[in-house]
Design a protein around this ligand. Structure first.
Ligand code: NAD
Ligand code: WQD
Length: 340
């Protein structure tokens, strides 16, 4: 299934841009909307450098329902991938209304226009945060939902609820929620990657800014967890593997292969790595030193989580192909290019 037009919201962001590249390389036409709140328009040129195609782009805030409606009135989309959201867990606690407004009203506006214009298919960026700290690992899709206590996590749960309920109520709406674990790494071209604004909250961007000397020291948040080396364990997934899963999900919808109108899948590598293992792996593959110190646990952090990918493998025919070394080296090559 190729040559369909896919609307990609947040398509100039980190995961969105990687997915746009994969969609174009799979033969689809892409129309991006982004309000540039967490990215820059130059990413469009980077996508063109990689693929030879500059996708259509509309500068638009999805909270503006009139603008969303105008876009859907101007052209037909075969499918939608909805990445656009605010994503900082910490900021969501200090400004919850921003998160409920942006992450929920954007989705509601989209579904309303899809419904009105007969656009059936939506793929949604969910997160392993919907599982909070599960009692049993690895996490399957049957693991109970109990979002980590942040407004951000809550918006992902509510987003899933909205999609489930809409797909039940409105005949033409089919939805797939993809629950990402921890996406890291960058495209092999080093032309696109993660570009956090301000002081990074997440491990990889902070670690890399320490490695370049931009920041003095990485704080390892807690070494007294019930894990092999005491530091917290996560399931890191290469962003390119994640991007490819979106193409598979979109094609599943276009080929009408969904088994139910609402489906959800875990997308992780299936392996857990501790913070210290990440540091060691980064140092080894890239031959650089990362200064770190052990610090207190970070409020709200969970101890360990990693995915069971069986369902995604069986149903989507998808498994993560790229290794932790690939994640570490591609992230570092991108960081070096960013520094110029
Ligand atoms: P990102 O911030 O790089 O990308 C999001 C993009 O959406 C940005 O380009 C931003 O400018 C745009 N945007 C935000 N609000 C918008 C609005 N109202 N209208 C139009 N555009 C808007 O984030 P990302 O890491 O690429 O994440 C993409 C999606 O995946 C998000 O929904 C996020 O919650 C989810 N997710 C991310 C992670 C992660 O660790 N990166 C993990 C799980 C889920
Ligand atoms: C990874 C590990 C930290 C920074 C977040 C969101 C989650 C999802 C993915 C969107 C943890 C440790 C970190 C640092 C550290 N996003 N760490 N020092 O917290 O697993 O997940 O991103 O949906 O919802 O919560 O990712 O990269 O922040 O942390 O020791 O300076 O690294 O404690 O164990 P996290 P992260």
């Amino acid at each position: 299934m190729a040559d369909k037009t896919i609307l990609v919201t947040g398509g100039l962001g980190y995961i969105g841009a990687h997915t746009v590249v994969e969609l174009i390389q799979a033969g689809h036409q892409v129309h991006i909307v982004d309000d540039l709140s967490n990215t820059e328009e130059v990413v469009l040129d980077r996508i063109k450098e990689i693929t030879g195609v500059k996708p259509a782009f509309t500068l638009l805030d999805l909270r503006d329902g009139v603008a969303v409606e105008a876009l859907f009135s101007s052209q037909f989309f075969d499918g939608v991938i909805h990445f656009a959201a605010s994503k900082s867990v910490g900021e969501s606690s200090t400004d919850p209304l921003l998160y409920y407004d942006n992450n929920i009203s954007g989705l509601v506006n989209l579904i309303a226009s899809m419904k009105k214009h007969g656009v059936s298919n939506i793929v949604f960026s969910s997160s392993c945060t919907v599982y909070g700290q599960p009692e049993v690992l690895p996490v399957t899709e049957q693991t109970p939902i109990q979002p980590a206590e942040s407004p951000y996590g809550n918006t992902k749960k509510i987003g899933e609820d909205i999609l489930r309920d809409s797909s039940r109520a409105y005949e033409n709406i089919n939805a797939i929620a993809l629950r990402y674990f921890n996406p890291i790494g960058a495209h092999s071209s080093s032309l696109i990657g993660e570009r956090p604004k301000g002081i990074p909250n997440n491990l990889m961007p902070y670690l890399m800014q320490v490695a370049t000397g931009e920041r003095e020291m990485l704080s390892v948040f807690g070494n007294d967890y019930d894990t092999p080396d005491g530091t917290a364990v996560r399931d890191y997934i290469h962003v390119v593997d994640l991007a490819k899963a979106h193409v598979i999900a979109v094609n599943r919808q276009l080929e009408k292969k969904q088994k139910t109108a609402y489906e959800y899948f875990n997308l992780g590598s299936g392996s857990g790595f501790s913070v210290l293992e990440i540091i060691q792996s980064f140092e080894k593959i890239n031959g650089v030193k990362v200064n770190y110190q052990i610090a207190d646990r970070r409020d709200g952090d969970i101890e360990k989580i990693y995915a069971d990918n069986t369902y995604a493998t069986e149903e989507l025919g998808w498994t993560a192909q790229l290794s932790l070394d690939d994640m570490m080296s591609s992230a570092w090559n991108w960081q070096l290019k960013l520094k110029g």
